[in-house]
Design a protein around this ligand. Sequence first.
Ligand code: GLU
Length: 418
Amino acid sequence: MWKRMSESLNPYEIAQRQIEAAAEKLNLNQGIVEILKRPLRVLTVSFPVKMDDGSIQVFEGFRSQHNDAIGPAKGGIRFHPSVTMDEVKALSMWMSVKCGVVGLPYGGAKGGVICDPRKLSEGELERVSRGFMEAISQIVGPDKDIPAPDVYTNPKIMGWMMDTFSRLNHKFSPGVITGKPLILGGSKGRNESTARGCVFTIVEAMKEIGKPMQGATVAIQGFGNVGRISARLLHERGCKIVAVSDSNGAVYDSNGLDVAKLEQRKDARLPLDGDGASKIGQNELLELEVDILLPAALENAITSENAGRIKASIIAEAANGPLTPDADEIVNEKGILVIPDILANSGGVTVSYFEWVQNLMNYYWSEEEVNGKLADVMIRSFHEVNQLAKQHNTNLRTAAYMISLQRIAEAMKARGWV
Ligand code: GLU
C-alpha cells in the first residue's frame, strides 16, 4: 500500500526536492532556490592509469562544487563502481547543507571516481588517486575547495593526493585536503570523528525519547569507517550491537555481537559471519526490532518499498542519503525519530574543519581538545535543530535544512548574489 510508483531513486532529484521543501517553509525567494537547486560548477575528468599488467585504463571522475557563498567548498571523494555525476552533484548539495547545519565556514563539494578499489592493487590505487587529484588540481586548493575521505577512500589516499597537489604547486600544502595521515598534518580524532559525532547525536536523541543507552539494541548496515567505529563507540556506551552487515552479508546475535572480533575479521578481509553468529539477510537487518538503526552504507537503503517494515525507535543516518523522501515520510508517520544525515554524520566534516584550521595555523591540538570541541558542536547543533523542529512542529530533517538554508541564503544576500 505504501508503494508509490513514481518514487525517484536519483539522488540529485531527491536533493532538489529536499531543498524545495525547506525553501518553501522558509519562504525563500525563487532566485535563491534556483541557485541552490544546482551546483555552481561540475568538472568531469577522464585520466589514463597504467595498470600492473602494462595496459592503460581510462578512469572517469567528477568534482561538483555546489556553493561557496560562506567559504571554500568542502567534501569528500568516493571511489565506487556505482558513482554517477548525479550522485556526486547530490552529495555536494548535501555537503553545503551539512556545513550550514553545524555552522562551518564552508560551502559544499563532492568528488567521485568510477572504479572498484577492491579490484585494484596498491600501486594501481595510488596511480588512480594521484591521477584524479592532478585532473582536478586546477579547481581545488586550501582556499577554494578542500577534499576529504568518503566511501572507499582513506588517509593513505589523502596523503598521496596531498603530495600530488603539493608537487604540482611547488609548496607543502596540507590544507588542500583533510583526513590525512597524522604525520602529514592530519588531525587527531579525525578518523573516528564521523562515528563519534553520530554517537553524540544518538545519545541526545535517546534522552529525547526517554530511553537509556545501557542495553539499547543496535543494528548497523555497513561496516566501513563509520559503521565499525560507531559499533565500537556504542558498545562502549553500553549498547548491544545485535546486527551488522557489509556488502557481503549480515550477522545477528540477540545477545549482542562481539564487535572487536568482527573488526578483526573485517581487517583480515574475512566474511563477517563466523564465530557462531547467525547469518541473516542484509535487508532483514534493516527491519529488525531494535532501539537504534544505523544505515551506514550508501544512498537509498530505505525506500517506500521497505520503510513500512522498519521497527527501530531511532534511525541515525550515518550514511549520506540512506532514506528516500517517500521513506522518510513513512517512517515519520510511524513515529520513528530520524536523525538526518546532514546532522548525524556531520562530525566528519566538523573535524575536517578542525584539521584545516590546524594546518593553516601550523599548530596542533590534543585528541581531548578535538573531541571536546566536536562534542560541543554536535550537542549544540542537535539541540538547535530539535528546538526549531518543535517550534515549527516539523521533523529534524526539515528543521536542519531550515537552519542551514537560512545561513546560506543570508551569505548569498550579503554577497549581493540575490
Ligand atoms: N565524506 C564526509 C562526508 O560526507 C566528510 C567530508 C569532509 O570531511 O569534508 O561528510
